[in-house]
Design a protein around this ligand. Structure first.
Ligand code: HEM
Length: 487
């Protein structure tokens, strides 16, 4: 090799190492510490419920250097600012009482999805083999976007929905989680570095795609003198954010310090809302359809329940009580494949010590804090709690089964057996809406089609998981659908 080439290679190597060491983001001081992983349901209960105060903060995510820190609900430190954001979401658009108003929107969204799959089933060579991920993604996103931006004719002009879906897709596909056990290996650090780059790029992309929608919504409110854009009898989510006052400096005692959210903050919160509302529902639907295609008896039982209970009407959020097997199927899918792989907390040494985890766990020095990660997939598959935990057996969640009465979010008096929506102060505020959407889509998809593995010998469904931003199927589901009306 020529000396010049060697020199160029050497300089490139030094530049790479210095970027790699420095990172592309401002990182909190504790970032290099080893994450404590918790997979035992009883320990999770002790931490998140018995010691809820100590386990209510989140680790600070890395922010791109030179950029003001912008928090969503999920990343905001526990305190008045987080409380203001969370109560706005939980008491407004996500409140249980809104489910009835949501029903017509869910119905339209499921009808559109069924129509789209029906045309795909007969298109191409007519063998009915489809890869449903992107079609489901677009359908769920369209529903959440109506709640977010409202339902007026100007919606498309305000928000580039296509670019938003694309941003989600790119983020979903590129985000890979490095596990705590190998955090210090050079490969893990390289992956973390790459992830920081993606994370930094994501902030730019969110600004680029979402801020125009925020500015347009503000203008519309000013010109029309009303904050409508709401759906039915409630405000759109963006309107609630534009009206919201939050405490400045994380101090809610001084009312003069309360302020409106900035455009950047509203854009980030909308990104979080659309992501939270879409990606977990999509992930759960894909896993559930994969299991139903692989287990025809379970699918037939579900079809009988749905078709029998609903006659020709569409499922409504409030009908779901009448469909216990549908509930069990969704719960079983969430137990095996919780769409959000981890619930993370930032915990001070005394909180960690209170769990008495044994000598293997090194407490953060000087009473500092350390990141703690609850591994939701392991918690749902604990052998002490479930028989043959890796099997998909929805019956176990029916009355008389070992999972009878398991709640979606563990409460103060219950044992933790699974926690796909997390637990404690930071548990998911979208439980009711998420479950309602999943059940509505699933019921119509099973009522409309028979789902079977492709008959072309391309291999059985690959149930491998990938822990990324969501616990997706590593290989997108490929499946054969037959419209039941054509059977
Ligand atoms: C199948 C559906 C869903 C699943 C499985 C799910 C799961 C989760 C999990 C595991 C967490 C972390 C909980 C913890 O740390 O204890 C979380 C947090 C969160 N989820 Fe969901 N989620 C779903 C639907 C939704 C929906 C529909 C929304 C809103 C539109 C939403 C918004 C949020 C937000 C804002 C947080 C952060 C809460 C906080 O830090 O205070 N999620 N979700």
């Amino acid at each position: 090799m020529e000396a010049v080439e060697l020199l160029t290679l050497g300089v490139a190597f030094i530049v790479f190492v210095s970027i790699f060491r420095r990172g592309t983001a401002t990182r909190p001081h504790h970032d290099r510490r080893r994450t404590i992983r918790i997979s035992d349901p009883a320990v999770a209960r002790r931490a998140l419920i018995d010691h809820a105060d100590a386990f209510s903060n989140r680790p600070m995510p890395p922010f791109p250097a030179g950029r003001p820190v912008t928090h969503g609900i999920a990343s905001a430190p526990y305190g008045p600012f987080w409380r203001a954001l969370r109560s706005n979401l939980a008491a407004d658009i996500l409140h249980r009482s809104r489910l009835g108003v949501l029903a017509p929107l869910e119905r339209e969204a499921t009808e559109a999805l069924v129509a789209s799959f029906t045309s795909q089933a007969v298109a191409g060579n007519g063998d009915g083999v489809i890869v449903p991920r992107n079609t489901i993604h677009s359908a769920v996103f369209a529903l959440i976007a109506r709640l977010c931006f409202g339902d007026d004719d100007a919606m498309d002009a305000r928000a580039d929905l296509g670019a938003m879906v694309q941003t989600q897709r790119e983020f979903l596909e590129s985000f890979v989680v490095t596990m705590a056990s190998s955090e210090r290996s050079w490969l893990a650090r390289l992956l973390q570095w790459r992830q920081q780059q993606l994370h930094a790029g994501m902030f730019d992309r969110v600004d680029e795609v979402f801020i125009p929608a925020v500015i347009a919504a503000r203008r519309r409110r000013q010109s029309s003198q009303h904050g409508n854009g709401g759906v039915g009898s409630f405000r759109s989510h963006i309107d609630s954010l534009l009206e919201l006052h939050v405490p400045n400096n994380n101090n809610d005692d001084d009312e003069r310090a309360w302020r409106l959210l900035t455009d950047e903050e509203v854009a980030f919160l909308i990104w979080e809302f659309l992501g939270g509302g879409t990606l977990s529902v999509l992930t759960c639907l894909e896993w559930t359809l994969a299991h139903l295609a692989a287990e025809p008896e379970i699918q037939s039982k579900l079809h009988r329940e749905v078709a029998g209970a609903l006659d020709n009407s569409k499922i409504m959020a409030y009908d779901q009580q009448r469909l216990p097997f549908l509930h069990a199927v969704v719960m079983e899918s969430l137990r095996l494949h919780p769409p959000t792989p981890f619930a993370t907390r930032d915990v001070h040494a005394d909180g960690i010590a209170a769990l008495a985890l044994g000598e293997e766990v090194v407490l953060p020095p000087g009473g500092g804090a350390a990141p703690v990660s609850f591994v939701l997939g392991d918690i749902g598959r604990d052998k002490k709690v479930w028989t043959n935990p890796d099997e998909f057996r929805p019956e176990r969640l029916l009355d008389g089964g070992e999972g009878e009465g398991v709640s979606l979010v563990p409460g103060p008096k219950t044992e933790v057996k699974m926690m796909p929506f997390g637990a404690g102060r930071r548990h998911c505020p979208g439980v009711a809406m998420g479950m309602s959407h999943i059940k509505c889509f699933l019921a119509e998809l099973v009522r409309g089609f028979e789902w079977t593995p492709p008959a072309d010998g391309a291999g059985a469904t690959d149930f491998a998981e990938v822990d990324g931003f969501r616990k997706m199927m590593k290989t997108p589901l490929r499946v054969r659908i037959t419209p039941r009306s054509m059977k």
